[in-house]
Design a protein around this ligand. Structure first.
Ligand SMILES: Nc1ncnc2c1ncn2[C@@H]1O[C@H](COP(=O)(O)OP(=O)(O)O)[C@@H](O)[C@H]1O
Ligand SMILES: [Mg+2]
Length: 279
């Protein structure tokens, strides 16, 4: 076996990004002066209080929404800036919070749908790659099943494979396992770690779950209470290939402790702000 493959592309640079929503004059500053980098092939996980602006930032990187100040670069090319047209692209693929599989198509049909429709692959080629992906993650038995016949954990894995078959430079995931129970979640973690090892690419992953953040990430970006700024960036530095066993390591416990402290501080601020609003 050769070593772990490296991703050559996928450098993200977020520079002084702000986002102000102005629905009917009620200004909401969702992100303020946010700057950080994610190197090609890095697994970045963003954590922060609810409503702080994480999804807003992900949408800006995906090219789904504009920003109000600053710029976002992908491999040196501006993909978003305050006065520039946003540019979505097949180099970035989003895995949404809620399921997006077509219930009337089999898992195989769902996975190959994108590249076949966009004519980036012939159907036989897409099916060959889909079968290979399913085999690598031990899901070869599900290809002819409909989503409704499968557990939510298997459906979620199918959705991620459906995104991966496009070979995006960057994968953006917005709390993808939020609705899963602890057991299904741990299966998902093994799945994502394995995918990341054999098919590394830049990952931008949002979660509330601190264990999930440390287990998966190379870098954890902690956001402040709204407006979202970068509170701190934690370099995880746990070795790869990684598995759930890593949670027993002293370094893991250290990281968890320091992450808990910063997150707790921000959660408290959010809570107090909420209380003031309600008073
Ligand atoms: N389309 C929008 N119009 C106005 N305000 C919005 C819109 N989308 C999000 N917001 C506001 O921006 C803030 C950040 O939202 P969001 O990015 O969804 O937070 P998070 O994902 O961290 O929970 C919230 O206060 C939210 O109400
Ligand atoms: Mg969100």
């Amino acid at each position: 076996m050769s070593g772990i493959p490296q991703a050559a592309k996928g450098d993200i640079s977020i520079r002084g990004v702000s986002k102000v929503y102005d629905p009917s004059g009620a200004r909401v500053t969702a992100i303020e002066q946010c700057s950080f980098d994610v190197a090609a092939g890095q697994f970045a996980v963003v954590v922060g209080p609810s409503g702080c602006g994480k999804t807003t930032l992900l949408n800006a990187i995906a090219g789904f929404d504009t920003i109000s100040a600053g710029e976002i670069l992908l491999d040196g090319e501006v993909i978003a800036s305050a006065n520039k047209q946003i540019r979505p692209g097949s180099d970035r693929v989003v895995v949404f919070q809620n399921g997006a599989l077509f219930p009337w198509r089999t898992m195989m049909e769902n996975i190959v749908y994108g590249p076949v429709r966009q004519k980036t692959m012939s159907r036989p080629e897409a099916e060959r790659i889909a079968r290979e992906l399913l085999r690598r993650v031990g899901l070869e038995g599900v290809q002819d099943k409909y989503p409704g016949e499968l557990s939510s954990g298997v459906q979620r894995r199918g959705e991620i494979l459906r995104a991966l078959i496009n070979q995006p430079t960057v994968m953006l995931l917005d709390e993808p396992f939020r609705a899963l129970d602890a057991v299904a979640k741990s299966v998902m973690h093994e799945f994502v770690l394995e995918l990341f090892d054999f098919s590394p690419r830049t990952m931008f992953f949002i979660t509330h779950d601190l264990d999930e953040a440390i287990l998966l990430a190379d870098k954890v970006i902690v956001m402040t209470t709204r407006p979202a700024r970068v509170k701190t960036v934690i370099e995880v530095g746990l070795p790869r290939p990684r598995s759930a066993n890593v949670t027993g390591a002293a370094r893991y416990r250290e990281l968890k402790q320091s992450l808990l402290e910063v997150v707790h501080e921000e959660a408290l601020k959010a809570f107090q702000a909420g209380e003031r609003e309600m008073a």
